[in-house]
Design a protein around this ligand. Structure first.
Ligand code: NAP
Length: 309
């Protein structure tokens, strides 16, 4: 049982998520996280991964002992502050794998076969004047995955039937039938397509830099479904403009929802507005898992999916 108005909702939630929240909870809402803290006796916060939770907000509500975020990435939370003050946190892993992997596969073929451009070609009647450009087959290629966690492994399984060789990198080698590379540069060198599926943290910040892009090479494609700051976007833009890589599909950006305008003016990219988990089914599952965690907290039970901070 979650006490009425004990949870402060921070940030705006899409309608489908808000409906789930309002079905199960009576929250007080702070739609702008930088806004004034409403009156109340709050002991937990519910937020989501596109909302950066300010430390100064938590400092103003020392009664808060738990933060539930909707999303598997928790780089939106002030982790040091939570740790030092013994505030628990939960995320929503696993339930979004299907949606994120389905988008990743869509981005892969959209990019290699230039599907968005092909549609524009038909719609603009350019087809009547000349044939569409010749594109690239996936079969026979090496697909690298940086971040072989829940999403990375699910993605690899879905890629197996496409007749590709799979490889990966990450801090630990796993018992998987794919080739392991100890660092991203060597993985990029071996890959025709490089997926990013790792978390955003100090170690992964700008991990894909100009050297990694050079290793990926002029026939290589980059697909980022992790977080924008895992890539040095300035270096990526130069690589795309100079065609030192073949193309990139990006669901996430350093500056959302206003990505670097350079990406908007080149043709070897496929861009989506951070929609990895944005299906109604998945968003309902995420919201309910976040609320299940809040319930566990108020019932003094172990959190279902605690962020080990
Ligand atoms: P996860 O299960 O924690 O997996 C993350 C994996 O990344 C782990 O296998 C980890 O390796 C690996 N990793 C950590 N540091 C790394 C590094 N420096 N280089 C390469 N790999 C590294 O998380 P998940 O559920 O798969 O989610 C992964 C990320 O996807 C999230 O953190 C989030 O940022 C992103 N995401 C994006 C969307 C979207 O809408 N686009 C949606 C959901 C998630 P070890 O196993 O060795 O620790």
């Amino acid at each position: 049982m979650i006490p009425v108005n004990s949870v402060l909702q921070v940030g705006q939630f899409p309608e489908i998520m808000q409906m789930e929240i309002d079905k199960r909870l009576s929250t007080t809402k702070l739609l702008d996280p930088q806004g004034a803290v409403p009156d109340g006796n709050f002991t937990a916060i519910l937020t989501r991964s596109n909302t950066t939770l300010p430390q100064k907000l938590l400092e103003q509500i020392p009664t808060v002992r738990m933060v539930a975020t909707c999303g598997v990435g928790y780089d939106n939370l002030p982790l040091d502050y939570l740790r030092v003050n013994g505030i628990k946190a939960s995320n929503t892993p696993g339930v979004l794998n299907d949606a994120v992997c389905e988008l990743a596969i869509g981005m892969l073929f959209g990019l290699l076969r230039r599907i968005p451009e092909a549609q524009e070609f038909v719609k603009s009647t350019a087809w009547a004047k000349a044939p569409f450009t010749i594109t690239t087959t996936l079969a026979g290629k090496c697909v690298g995955i940086a971040g072989m966690g829940r999403i990375g492994q699910d993605l690899a399984k879905r890629l197996e039937p496409f007749k590709v060789k799979l490889a990966y990198t990450g801090p630990s080698q796993k018992e998987l039938p794919y080739q392991y590379f100890p660092d991203i540069k060597s993985l990029a060198k071996a890959s025709d397509v490089l997926f990013l599926a790792c978390p955003a943290n100090p170690e992964t910040e700008k991990m894909v830099n100009s050297e990694v892009l050079q290793a990926l090479g002029p026939r290589g494609y980059l697909i980022n479904i992790s977080r924008g700051n895992v890539v040095d976007e300035a270096a990526l833009l130069v690589a795309l403009q100079q065609k030192t890589i073949a193309g990139a599909a990006l669901d996430v950006f350093e500056n959302e929802p206003n990505p670097n305008v350079g990406f908007l003016n080149i043709d070897n990219v496929l861009l989506t507005p951070h929609i990895g988990s944005a299906t109604s089914e998945t968003r309902q599952l995420m919201t309910n898992l976040a609320i299940d965690n809040l319930e566990a907290f108020y019932n003094k039970k172990p959190l279902l999916t605690e962020v080990k901070n």
